[in-house]
Design a protein around this ligand. Structure first.
Ligand SMILES: [Zn+2]
Length: 272
């Protein structure tokens, strides 16, 4: 592998330049900005690496970039990524413009540099190195890069259902991935889910004068009580049946977690 790692090191500046170009595109899905041009840009990058790439429509959502390339083995690895980013506001908190990626102290700052364009650039750099050093990919590789992950991937489930064959793979690598505080690359083998709810409270039919605070029911308090009913101060979820189907960790899983390097000190320091 040293020859491939060396190739990656040699190409680092080019890779950062490519990431910079990708991050100049303001593909903010929440603002319907630069979606099509970013999808095309990503497809072109994949084509440049020998992938057969196309932009597939996703009804009710933004287009998905799909790409595939055969490799030495018959196994297939699927990479999931997204080319959209979060809105850059509030702009006054940026030290440099969000869509003009800037190098400072050996780090690149710009919207999407980390989530998720950096992962796309890193994966492309790894594949390029492998191909240029070994001639062909070790296995077949597919990419599925969506354009509205940051607004909750509307209709992605239907898209996956409709493209089961296309997305079929032996393994899938999700978008994230990074290094520990000490710079050791991390591989995550599972992720938690997300429950997104919106609570609404309507107590009276119009604005009321504050002098009625003791008489009329207050929507803000009702919401506060509703929130407090979800989780206790001991962090336990209070919703009935919430833990019913949770499988306890096996001794092996506990041992694996305990073997991980502790990042407590760095995390505490980072978050103040
Ligand atoms: Zn992401």
């Amino acid at each position: 592998m040293q020859d491939i790692f060396r190739h990656v090191d040699d190409q680092l500046n080019e890779c950062i330049a490519g990431l910079t170009e990708l991050c100049k595109l303001p593909s903010v899905s929440a603002q319907n900005s630069a979606i099509d041009e970013t999808a095309e840009h990503v497809s072109a990058l994949l084509r440049g690496l020998g992938f057969e790439a196309r932009v597939l429509p996703k009804p009710g959502g933004y287009p998905v970039v799909y790409a595939e390339q055969p490799g030495r083995s018959s196994r297939t690895l699927l990479f999931y990524d997204h080319y959209d980013v979060q809105p850059p506001e509030p702009l006054e908190l940026w030290s440099s413009p969000p869509f003009q990626p800037t190098l400072r102290d050996g780090k690149l700052y710009g919207r999407g540099v980390s989530d998720n364009k950096g992962n796309i650039a890193a994966r492309l750099a790894a594949l390029r190195a492998w191909k240029e050093v070994r001639g062909e990919l070790p296995c077949a590789v597919k990419f599925c890069i969506e354009g509205d992950e940051e607004i909750g991937s509307p209709h992605m489930e239907e898209f996956v259902e409709q493209h089961r064959e296309l997305l079929a793979a032996d393994a899938c690598v999700w978008e994230g991935g990074g290094v520990t505080w000490e710079g050791i690359p991390q591989l995550t083998l599972g992720v938690k889910g997300l429950l997104y709810v919106e609570l609404e409270s309507n107590t009276v039919n119009r604005d009321a004068h504050s002098s009625y605070g003791t008489v009329l029911p207050n929507a803000a308090w009702r919401l506060a009580w509703a929130l407090a009913s979800i989780k206790g101060s001991d962090e336990r979820v209070l919703i009935e049946g919430f833990y019913d189907t949770v499988r306890p960790a096996t001794p092996e899983e506990r041992a694996a977690v305990e073997a991980m390097p502790s990042e407590e000190a760095e995390t505490l320091k980072s978050y103040g």
